[in-house]
Design a protein around this ligand. Structure first.
Ligand code: SAM
Length: 453
């Protein structure tokens, strides 16, 4: 395809859609131009920045006719921070776009004609996250803390975040000016000097317990007692203060060594009436209100009577498994991270479940073996990472043919791809229900219900 536009052209375009990461898409004679900050149903004058073989990039010079969904982004650092992509779109507009996006992907990639319901969104779509990972750094001599710029490691300094908790804001605003007095030098990624790399704040919304984790380069904290006092003053409901040591030259936040500075080693949160103990490094869904909505939907599609055996593939710390356990005869969960399986077993015990079984390993290897051993399932639940289900697991499903498959997905494109494979093998997708786990971002979670026909 020859690009109908070249770098530095100024043209007027009509923006039709958004990309999966929230940029506007306009077509010039069928040639897609990606426009940061553009919204669907918007007419704008743009400056072409770059063209490649099959697509190009442009930036907005002037919006001629704004999208009916356009709003003033409430966050002052929205244009710099990489956290949210859609704050300039009304929440109603986000819901409409996410539903259409999932429906289009089902048709285009999955070639599936299936009802895609309106997105289940939040009534209060702000301050929903229960985990903030705050990088600390230096601007000259001045400590900065906030969030990373899009596709960069430059810190956008801020004192508050509209999707994080009040406790995370208290740390953001309150710790920075006191770092020097506490003997905490922010870490410099270039020179590899300094000590404080990140502060992670985890809140358990149902119990109001809070964990603050200081991620430092070395173990030594010169003023440990003062640091604890300041954190307790900034976050009066803190119940756990931990230190994690990460001496590696890496982008990964946590190192392997975590120790207790004050309080408890874990915080407790509830999803419905299931209790979970969460440690500094446990994986746990970040939007607790919508997690309940998501799991309720999965439970409704599973339609358990108490007689079924369930396999929960990609089970993490067993959150879905334990949520389903009281309605099932038994639940078997498999997950590749051994630590997560330890958490799942501990949480099963904490809740007194005796009908759950967890094993660490790749789902695509463990589940075929379970079937060979006669451990079969009436309902198969899958909740894979963004890349979707492993082909070997899909083949096992098609060989073993559980009556019902419930597929929880954080990536509509791989969901549609996998549903096509399952439909070709004898399943029929009954419904797809998108759930907004991440308001103001371009991500969309969805649950699909399949029956063997
Ligand atoms: C989207 S998370 C779902 C976690 C859990 N169901 C929940 O709701 O919290 C996907 C999980 O799959 C795990 N995983 C990735 N590849 C895997 C594999 N091949 N076999 C089993 N688990 C895997 C990841 O470690 C992660 O915990």
């Amino acid at each position: 395809m020859t690009a109908p536009v070249t770098k530095n052209d100024r043209i007027t375009v009509y923006i039709e859609d958004l990309t999966h990461d929230g940029a506007g898409v306009a077509k010039v004679d069928g040639f897609p131009l990606f426009i940061q900050g553009g919204l669907p149903e918007e007419k704008a004058q743009v400056h072409v920045l770059k063209t490649l073989k099959n697509y190009g990039f442009a930036k907005i010079i002037e919006i001629i006719e704004p999208s009916p969904y356009r709003v003033e982004a409430p966050c002052p650092i929205f244009n710099q921070c990489g956290g949210c992509q859609l704050q300039h779109m009304s929440y109603e507009g986000q819901m409409t776009w996410k539903q259409n996006m999932v429906a289009n992907v089902m048709k285009r990639i999955g070639k599936i004609d299936v009802p895609v319901h309106p997105v289940k969104g939040m009534t209060e779509p702000w301050h929903y996250r229960n985990k903030a990972q705050i990088p600390f750094g230096l601007n000259g001599e001045v400590p900065v803390a906030g969030f990373y710029k899009t596709k960069s490691h430059a810190i956008v300094d801020t004192d508050r975040c509209l999707i994080q908790s009040g406790e995370a804001d208290a740390i953001l605003a309150g710790l920075k000016p006191r770092l020097w007095a506490l003997g905490l030098t922010p870490y410099n990624e270039q020179t590899k000097t300094g000590s404080l790399r990140h502060v992670v704040v985890r809140t358990a919304k149902t119990t109001n317990q809070v964990m603050v984790v200081l991620v430092t380069k070395g173990r030594k904290l010169k003023k440990k007692e003062e640091i604890i006092d300041v954190i307790r003053e900034l976050v009066p409901n803190v119940t756990s203060i931990m230190q994690n040591i990460n001496g590696q030259d890496t982008n990964v936040i946590f190192g392997n060594d975590t120790n207790l500075l004050w309080g408890e080693e874990v915080i407790e949160d509830h999803i419905g009436d299931v209790r979970f103990e969460i440690s500094a490094r446990s994986f746990y869904q970040v939007n607790p209100i919508q997690t309940k909505v998501l799991y309720d939907q999965a439970l409704e599609y599973a339609a358990l009577t108490g007689e079924e055996t369930v396999i929960d593939a990609y089970c993490g710390i067993g959150t879905i498994s334990l949520f389903l356990a009281k309605n099932a005869k038994s639940v078997m969960g498999v997950e590749i991270v051994p630590q997560a399986i330890e958490d799942a077993k501990r949480n099963a015990k904490l809740n007194g479940f005796t009908n759950t079984f967890f094993e660490a390993g790749p789902a695509e290897e463990v589940i075929p073996r379970w079937y060979k051993e006669g451990k079969t399932a009436d309902v198969l639940m899958v909740d894979p990472p963004r890349k979707g289900c492993d082909e070997a697991l899909l083949n096992t499903i098609l060989e073993q043919k559980p009556k019902k498959v419930v597929y929880v997905s954080c990536n509509p494109a791989t969901l549609a791809r996998d549903l096509r494979i399952l439909e070709d093998g004898g399943y029929k997708t009954q419904e797809v229900q998108p759930v907004d786990m991440f308001p103001h971002t371009a991500h969309c979670e969805a649950v699909a219900w399949l029956e063997l026909v």
